[in-house]
Design a protein around this ligand. Structure first.
Ligand code: HEM
Length: 277
């Protein structure tokens, strides 16, 4: 029990609360860990974003970073709000008022940006023929779950601003969230949270439970090495005469293969290109 939280006094912890906040989180954790291992073992070739960039890139170029940077900022906000106790932020001189102002302003910008990004991504998927054809039922279900998690999250913020009677999530949701990781679930703390927070947490758990079985699995293996790998060279089809071709600029030292020799340039062996036909 959290001694700092007045909201926790006289909380009725029934069987449903124990099941939802004391048992369900561990069921979800087991599904996430087990499902991820299963997917890795049996579907490594399916472990992909199934990128649709080849079909359409104009909208994607805006929508994808908007969504991905937005969701990273939302994640950073959740780590701050759920893992860091209010006593710690107060100890470094940040009052509750300052904390909530920051969380509200930055969190809302991040949340709305993410929402705008996902709305654009879904709209692009629906209106670009080939992208829509490459969309599976699994994708559609995943988009609904993701959108609902975002919308319920934003709703918690709006409701807390409008209704000052809603218990502070830093005294209810956050202690519960931290207690899960030390295997002593503080069911009473979460039972005292406002209904909007309960709905959001349930939806988030549902999203986590489907995570390993959807395209979202790519988040576990963010392709950071893309930033550092050498360029991939796409060559145009040879149209007979290659004298019009501009000199090829390369991103790294070319290896000495014959097919890099174009036009009148001699191959390393001394034979001309035509001589190889
Ligand atoms: C069990 C997991 C989660 C818990 C306990 C949780 C809890 C919370 C809490 C307490 C807030 C209010 C923050 C504030 O008003 O300052 C919030 C807001 C929000 N949540 Fe979650 N959340 C979880 C997972 C998720 C997931 C998976 C998503 C998105 C996919 C998400 C998206 C949002 C959004 C968009 C907001 C609005 C504020 C912001 O942009 O940060 N949450 N969440």
């Amino acid at each position: 029990m959290n001694p700092m939280a007045p909201a926790l006094q006289n909380v009725d912890v029934g069987v449903s609360s124990i099941l939802l906040w004391g048992v369900l989180p561990y069921v979800v954790l087991a599904i996430v860990i087990g499902g991820t291992i299963w997917r890795y073992k049996y579907d490594q070739f399916g472990w992909t974003t199934r990128s649709s960039q080849l079909y359409e890139s104009r909208i994607l170029r805006i929508a994808s970073p908007l969504f991905h940077f937005g969701i990273l900022a939302v994640l950073a906000g959740h780590i701050m709000g759920l893992f860091i106790p209010s006593s710690w932020t107060e100890a470094v001189g940040m009052t509750e008022g300052m904390y909530h102002f920051l969380a509200l302003s930055i969190g809302t910008i991040a949340g709305v940006g993410t929402l705008l990004g996902i709305v654009l991504l879904v709209w692009r998927r629906r209106t670009t023929g080939p992208v829509f054809m490459a969309t599976t039922k699994n994708d559609k279900f995943m988009y609904v779950m993701l959108l609902a998690a975002l919308l319920t999250g934003l709703a918690t913020t709006v409701i807390s601003v409008l209704d000052h009677g809603v218990p502070d999530y830093r005294q209810t949701v956050s202690p519960w969230f931290r207690s899960i990781w030390i295997f002593q679930p503080d069911v009473a703390a979460m039972a005292a949270a406002g209904p909007s927070f309960k709905l959001h947490a349930l939806w988030a758990m549902a999203l986590f439970a489907i995570w390993p079985f959807t395209r979202l699995v790519h988040a576990f293996t963010a392709p950071v090495h893309y930033l550092f790998r050498p360029y991939i060279v796409y060559r145009s089809r040879d149209r007979g005469s290659s004298s019009h071709l501009a000199p090829v600029r390369r991103g790294w030292e070319p290896v000495g293969t014959q097919d890099r020799v174009r036009g009148t340039t001699k191959a390393p062996t001394g034979r001309s290109r035509a001589g190889r036909h």
